[in-house]
Ligand binder design. Structure first.
Ligand SMILES: NC(=O)c1ccc[n+]([C@@H]2O[C@H](COP(=O)([O-])OP(=O)(O)OC[C@H]3O[C@@H](n4cnc5c(N)ncnc54)[C@H](OP(=O)(O)O)[C@@H]3O)[C@@H](O)[C@H]2O)c1
Length: 243
């Protein structure tokens, strides 16, 4: 039977100190979940603490998910969990002629860290538990400046299906958002540059605007709570893929 609430569920969000991860933490905390949030920088964890200060049941852990050993130790320390969400990533998108460092950054920072997170979390997931992986709608509708990034998102969507098969009855799903207003890759960027880019992306979807982190978070909560959905990818993208 579908359990529509996350009350008392233990939810791990790697990359939960900002953006879509933090918005998900807030929605889940509203439902009475116990949150375990991880991210690299103490300053972002401290900012998240302020956002979530009304909720008592939140743990904050420094973690760089590109380091497999750190992920292994992290999961050994936290114990059993009900749901895992893995949006934590920091990479650069570039054209085919970009350096190898740029080209490889998506797989190094977004694919393998999620793969490893599931590897160490899987034995700890309670019955009825689930995993939500983070992809991006660019994988389904690429632009001309990010082949390895598009391929990385496609790989994550395939990973979600394969893990749904391997880990059944644990459910594994993928969220693949369009452009969402967060600080992703924007730190230090001038407001005018951000505004111009958001305007451009707004014209590239059916709803004529970019999304809010809470709209992506709502999709994650659906995937955690719907007990008959597994191996699926959902696209909170304002219709970006169709335009
Ligand atoms: N925003 C969009 O338009 C959009 C669209 C499609 C897909 N996505 C995907 O959504 C994910 C999150 O994006 P967002 O927009 O929510 O960005 P964000 O606001 O920058 O949040 C990223 C979170 O991940 C953490 N993080 C980054 N690198 C990490 C690492 N190596 N280890 C652990 N935590 C790490 C960050 O904290 P620290 O920096 O302190 O580590 C932060 O908590 C990314 O995978 C991105 O590809 C975003």
């Amino acid at each position: 039977m579908t359990n529509l609430t996350l009350k008392d569920k233990r939810i791990v969000i790697i990359g939960g100190s900002s953006g879509i991860g933090l918005a998900t933490a807030k929605l889940a905390a509203d439902q009475g979940a116990y949150l375990i949030i991880a991210g690299r920088s103490q300053s972002k964890l401290d900012q998240a603490k302020l956002v979530l200060e009304d909720y008592g049941s939140v743990e904050y852990h420094p973690l760089d998910n590109t380091d497999e050993r750190q992920q292994q130790t992290f999961f050994e320390n936290i114990g059993a969990l009900d749901h895992l969400f893995t949006p934590g990533a920091s990479y650069v998108r570039g054209s085919l002629q970009s350096s190898s460092e740029v080209a490889h950054s998506c797989f190094n920072a977004k694919f393998w860290p999620q793969y490893n997170a599931v590897k160490y979390a899987a034995p700890l997931l309670n019955v009825g538990g689930s995993v939500v992986l983070m992809s991006g709608a660019f994988g389904q509708r690429p632009l001309a400046d990010g082949a390895s990034y598009a391929a990385c998102n496609g790989a994550i969507e395939s990973l979600g299906k394969a893990l749904a098969v391997e880990l059944s009855p644990i459910r594994v799903n993928v969220i693949s958002p369009g452009t969402i207003r967060t600080s992703f890759n924007w730190e230090g960027a001038e407001q005018a540059v951000r505004d111009q880019s958001y305007e451009q992306y707004s014209s590239m979807n059916l709803l004529g605007r970019i999304g809010q982190a809470s709209e992506a978070a709502h999709t994650v909560l659906y995937l955690m709570t719907n007990s008959y959905t597994t191996g699926s990818t959902l696209f909170p993208d304002g219709g970006y893929i169709l335009r």
